[in-house]
Design a protein around this ligand. Structure first.
Ligand SMILES: Cc1cc2nc3c(=O)[nH]c(=O)nc-3n(C[C@H](O)[C@H](O)[C@H](O)COP(=O)(O)OP(=O)(O)OC[C@H]3O[C@@H](n4cnc5c(N)ncnc54)[C@H](O)[C@@H]3O)c2cc1C
Length: 749
């Protein structure tokens, strides 16, 4: 999370979690550069390691073995992670533009976004062929294909277009996996594999001996090789080549030579004839000194090389060094990639061919060697070392601005407010949702907002505030707004207005402005969706990024849902899964998988507005939202207010992916011990802790679900309506009972 002892004065943004940037992240994690905010933007949370890709398809590696968890690497290196896709780079304004969020600025940017197989100009390829990259899109298609072939009456016929090392490896890997499947289900018919290339020979960049070995292996495996057969058309059920050959295929996989993302050449940065970014020997763009690039996306003018992961890996350390030097204003160092490298191409069945310059070998031992090298490489990024707190901290960077911020003594009281310039700059981009009942809000210069409450209605008010749970300020703004509004929804009210309280770590003024802008833009997006007016707020310098809101809602006085009102016999319904507390605690300890955190973020971003309406429609009288005190804490508040007890069905507690695994690993949120004190209110507390879900009852939630009592006769319909509205994890988690004489309000089964 954003806790910076030194003011942030520069932004280094890494775009793409490719093979070079993982090294940059690791190196910056081991030796941070004070004063620099490091950000990784990537459309994937788990990035594949190219060397293990064919082994993953063949079934020799699991998903986690073949992928690097970028979220974890970011936590390790105190890097802000933005899960999105860059669609444009504006080198003049130094901004990056995204698919799903507002632009962010950079001082220095580095691109390691790889390439995709070139499908341009091929009729029907985009619609019907499956490109092997992005791998995050290929893998679900591959899994779907595996499922589909199970139901085929005839053997699957697969075409692979492209006979470079990637295409040949993939062909043999697919065949191996499908064969394994058909043998295991005892089917006589075997998959039929075809490989297509435009050249007279397969593996054109490899030596003669390697080609001969693979010609033999492909023939032995019954793979049909179509040489000098460029594919010119792909249809829903097959393909056509330039020679006029037509064939029917169940799947056409595309692994031809690499193409660059089109937005690179559109951005005005110098690119080569194929659209790849031209860089000098120090990996710096020849046209723009504050843009760097490595891996497939970079074309090194002085040292052209084929697009291969091995070069991207080698460029990692010099890229890290040169980015560091650029931040300190020092000249960068040239890097000369080696011309020859050990190539290890697998054949699908734990067998591989090795080559370097003119020689080559093959055998099971070559696969074992490849497997050993690949696993050793992955270990470096999957088993991250514990940090010693930075015994040798390098010098802090200084801003380009000749008047660096003075930060030795920071004043308190109202002098700790964010300066007027960054504040007004940030507010400039915020367009609050306009409402008649908030006539004076953010736009007015008055000391307070003016709110109108219609006659006969009640104003419902709540406040929430907490330090950043995620380090992406835009996402944090969305979560904080959603979290605050759930109190209003839990009361059965309609949100009207919000006042923000924002804490920003001390930074250069333009960084402060951007942090505030990003947070408020995120929050305002949620407020606009819920027709809430962002009417004003207050800012302060803080040791870490923090945000909260006073939220106001309007309610019909007689329809307000309160904590009291649970009736004996009501079913308890919870609208979201539990586990955000333990998952984020595990993330900080590098024990959570990136996709678990993605799941928790998705849950926190889900508004409870519709859920509240549905609960009310199906007879809810009492309702609350589950937050810091956990399910047990908030439920006990309801039980006390209603004078009843409850029985919780541990088996039915909806849980976020990974939450139980983290609890079993002994990870708990720091608030958990305090929440656990309610254990004393559990009547059968002696048996319950054995159940794996028991601890979930005490896990503090951020933007958790709504908990309500629903009359038994309505529960099934209520749950169906909730699930239809997108609350897929909504569950009946227990029953309301008469309060026992011993005062223990909770029992668990
Ligand atoms: C089947 C197959 C097998 C291969 N085997 C080998 C091998 O054994 N050895 C070898 O050296 N090479 C191999 N290659 C080639 C290798 O995959 C590539 O050369 C290598 O992946 C390039 O690495 P990179 O670091 O440039 O980018 P990548 O590894 O492709 O990483 C790019 C990253 O950027 C992200 N990204 C892309 N666009 C955006 C965007 N706009 N915004 C945000 N994020 C973005 C992606 O999500 C990804 O995380 C193989 C290729 C294939 C297809």
């Amino acid at each position: 999370m954003l806790v910076s002892p030194t003011p942030i004065v520069k932004d280094l943004v890494l775009v793409g979690g490719g093979h070079s940037h993982i090294t940059v992240l690791k190196k910056f994690g081991m030796k941070p550069v004070p004063g620099v905010q490091l950000t990784l933007v990537c459309r994937d949370v788990h990035t594949p390691y190219s060397g293990m890709l064919p082994g993953l398809i063949a079934g020799h590696y699991t998903y986690d073995e073949a992928h690097i968890d970028l979220r974890k690497l970011c936590v390790f290196s105190s890097t802000r992670f933005i899960h999105d896709e860059v669609l444009r780079l504006d080198p003049n304004r130094r901004t990056l533009h995204f698919r799903q969020r507002p632009p962010i600025p950079y001082d220095l940017v580095s691109l390691n976004i790889g390439s995709t197989p070139d499908m341009r100009d091929i009729d029907g390829a985009r619609e019907h062929a499956v490109p092997v990259k992005p791998i995050s899109e290929f893998l679900p298609r591959w899994e779907a294909l595996l499922q589909r072939v199970k139901n085929l009456d005839t053997a699957p016929i697969i075409a692979v277009v492209g006979a470079g090392a990637g295409g040949v490896e993939l062909t043999l890997a697919i065949q191996h996996r499908l064969r394994g499947h058909f043998v295991s289900v005892d089917r006589a018919s075997m998959p039929e594999m075809h490989i297509f290339c435009a050249t007279p020979e397969i593996l054109p960049t490899h030596n003669r001996k390697v080609r001969a070995r693979f010609e033999r292996i492909l023939a032995e495996r019954g793979v049909t090789v179509h040489r000098e057969s460029p594919v010119v058309k792909v249809t829903a059920d097959g393909l056509r080549t330039a020679t006029g050959w037509r064939g029917r295929f169940h799947e056409v996989v595309w692994v031809t030579k690499a193409a660059a993302a089109p937005w690179l050449s559109d951005s005005g940065i110098a690119t080569d004839s194929r659209g790849f970014l031209r860089v000098d020997e120090s990996l710096r763009a020849v046209s723009h000194p504050n843009v760097y690039a490595a891996g497939d996306v970079a074309a090194v003018d002085a040292h052209p090389r084929e697009k291969a992961g091995v070069f991207a890996v080698r460029q990692g350390p010099p890229l890290a060094e040169n980015l560091r030097r650029a931040l300190w204003g020092r000249p960068s160092r040239p890097f000369r990639p080696q011309r020859q490298f050990l190539s290890l191409v697998s054949t699908g069945d734990q067998y591989a061919v090795a080559s370097r310059s003119g020689w080559s070998f093959e055998g099971e031992w070559v696969w074992k060697l490849k497997d050993w090298i690949d696993r050793r490489f992955m270990d470096k990024y999957q088993e991250l070392p514990a940090m010693d707190g930075g015994s040798q901290i390098p010098p802090a960077v200084t801003p380009d601005d000749p008047e660096p911020p003075q930060h030795d003594i920071r004043c308190r009281g109202c002098a700790s407010k964010i300066g007027a310039t960054p504040l007004l700059g940030a507010l400039d981009s915020i367009e609050p949702f306009w409402r008649e009942d908030v006539p004076d809000g953010l736009g007015s210069r008055d000391d307070a907002a003016i709110l109108k409450v219609p006659a006969g209605k009640s104003l419902v008010q709540s406040v929430d505030f907490f330090p950043a749970i995620v380090d992406d300020p835009f996402l944090f703004g969305q979560i904080a707004a959603n979290h605050a509004l759930s109190d209003i929804f839990a009361m059965g009210a309609v949100p009207q207005s919000a006042l923000a309280v924002a804490g920003i770590p001390f930074s250069a003024p333009e960084k402060t402005e951007d942090l505030l802008r990003q947070m408020l833009l995120g929050a305002n997006e949620i407020f606009r969706e819920t027709r809430t007016n962002l009417a004003g707020g207050h800012t302060s310098e803080c040791p870490e990024l923090a945000l909260g809101f006073v939220v106001n809602g309007i309610a019909d006085t007689d329809k307000v849902m309160r904590k009291g009102g649970l009736q004996c016999g009501d079913a308890l319904v919870l609208t979201k899964a539990l586990g955000t507390g333990v998952l984020f605690a595990a993330e900080m300890r590098l024990q959570a998988k990136g996709r678990w955190i993605d799941g928790a973020i998705g849950s926190m971003l889900q508004s409870s507005q519709r859920a509240a309406d549905i609960l009310h429609t199906y007879g809810a009288v009492a309702c609350t939202d589950i937050t810091g005190f956990g399910l047990a804490g908030h439920l006990v508040e309801m039980l006390e207010a209603s004078g009843v007890a409850a029985e919780i069905h541990l088996r039915s507690l909806p849980r976020l992916a990974g939450a139980l695994a983290c609890l079993k690993a002994g990870v708990f949120s720091s608030l958990y011990p305090e929440n656990l004190k309610l254990w004393a209110r559990v009547s059968n507390s002696d048996v319950a802790p054995d159940h794996p879900a028991f601890a979930l009852m005490f896990d503090p939630q951020t933007s958790g679900g709504l908990l309500s009592g629903i009359p038994e006769s309505n529960v099934a319909d209520c749950l169906e309506a909730l699930r239809e509205a997108g609350y897929e994890r909504a569950s009946r988690i227990g029953m309301v009972r008469h309060a026992p004489a011993d005062g223990n309000l909770l029992s668990v089964i």
